[in-house]
Design a protein around this ligand. Sequence first.
Ligand SMILES: NC(=O)c1ccc[n+]([C@@H]2O[C@H](COP(=O)([O-])OP(=O)(O)OC[C@H]3O[C@@H](n4cnc5c(N)ncnc54)[C@H](OP(=O)(O)O)[C@@H]3O)[C@@H](O)[C@H]2O)c1
Length: 443
Amino acid sequence: MGLSLRDTLIDQPAKRPQSRARLEPLPSILKVAILGFGTVGRAVAELLCCSPALPLRLTHIYNRNVDRKRVPWIPSRVRWTDNFDEILASDVDVIVELVGGVRPAGDWVRRALHAGKSVVTANKHLIATEGDELLELARKTGQRLEYGASVAGGVPVLCGLEQGLAGEHLFRLTGVLNGTCNYILSKMENEAVSFRDALARAQEMGYTEADPSHDLGGFDASCKLAILARVGLGAQLNPQDVYSRSIEGVEAVDFEYARKLGCTIRQVAIAELKGTELYAAVQPTLVPLGSPLAQTRDNQNVLITAGVHGGETVFAGCGAGGGPTSVAIVSDLVSISRGPSFTGSHNPPELKSYPLNLDLESPRYLRLSVREGTNISDAVGRVLVESGVCVRSVLQKSDSGSTGSVLVMILESCPVSILEVALKRLKELIDCLASAVTLPIMS
Ligand SMILES: NC(=O)c1ccc[n+]([C@@H]2O[C@H](COP(=O)([O-])OP(=O)(O)OC[C@H]3O[C@@H](n4cnc5c(N)ncnc54)[C@H](OP(=O)(O)O)[C@@H]3O)[C@@H](O)[C@H]2O)c1
């Protein structure tokens, strides 16, 4: 926080842009309360406090045990409270929910809407699981519920889909949507460190949640994919139903083999309408080095949309962190201040339930490691052929050295169900199999 913030604080009256004043009646100043003064809440407060030209005024900050959260740069007229009812009873126009999680956040959003307050949230977990009901409640109560920051942080993907691509028939959304996984995978790629070391570094830097399993296992990206599928494809998607595989198990050596194939590894989320079915997956994937998916680093996110008429469109930028996320939040607040004609509410009128296809088909990378230096190439080849899996090429043959060995193959495209049966048979047959890593290869 630089000195300039205190100098430009919102105790001054907000200035309105001249050009807008000529076009339509002046907007009134929206009174804003922030729930949750953590990474994003703090950044939103900073942005509101140093943007006097915006028709937004921060009036309340709510957090449990709020006294330990106080900072001197918040104007003295802003009320700090740990009593949510005080905010509901106030004349606040919009509540910004930034506590995260489904409970109690969802109950607070409901109570806010019932009390005649609009809501802005960055909470993907809440929107992915209870968004339909909350949006319906917002419609019934005549309030706005905006969640542009819930996917890809500062990258305006939801309004890009909803407004910029409203005329397109989108059929596929492919993205790198989780900053933690991206940090870990790009660290492994660039510094050849192990998964454990990269995870430890992410934890030291404060990039991970206390329990990182939602990030690593794909649930966080599945929630974002569910929101994107709703807005971009008009499809219902429960994040629990997305086919997801953890990035745990990927090792530095996999990046070496990926590079030989002109690829790197990213956690890729994909939702695709194929005929009458919806295909939805989040998993570590080999992506070509030239693809925008491969170019993402650290906390960057990217989304590639594919449409029938306009082909592919790429959205990219900072997907996490207080600064970028606060921009998305304040942009939603500005949209609310402009009135109903400016809206979207990020929700198509009718959502369709497509049958899910989780039997994903693609060529795959397979790495098998054995504890002792047994040559397993022949046995593996036999099991794969018997199971209906064709080997396209062998990158590394296993041998009979004393320190264990590795077999790396590229497999022809086949449904994942067939591969899973083959892997099960391999585990039964080969006692010394230490690990089996399979990654789809994106063309
Ligand atoms: N961080 C990002 O880069 C990012 C990006 C996009 C979206 N988001 C989303 O933005 C939201 C906030 O994330 P964040 O990173 O700012 O989280 P955070 O740093 O953990 O902040 C959460 C804040 O809410 C408070 N809080 C939590 N539970 C509460 C409760 N039951 N009652 C009262 N206060 C409570 C916490 O207080 P304590 O200090 O007492 O715990 C903390 O101040 C989440 O939904 C997250 O998914 C975050």
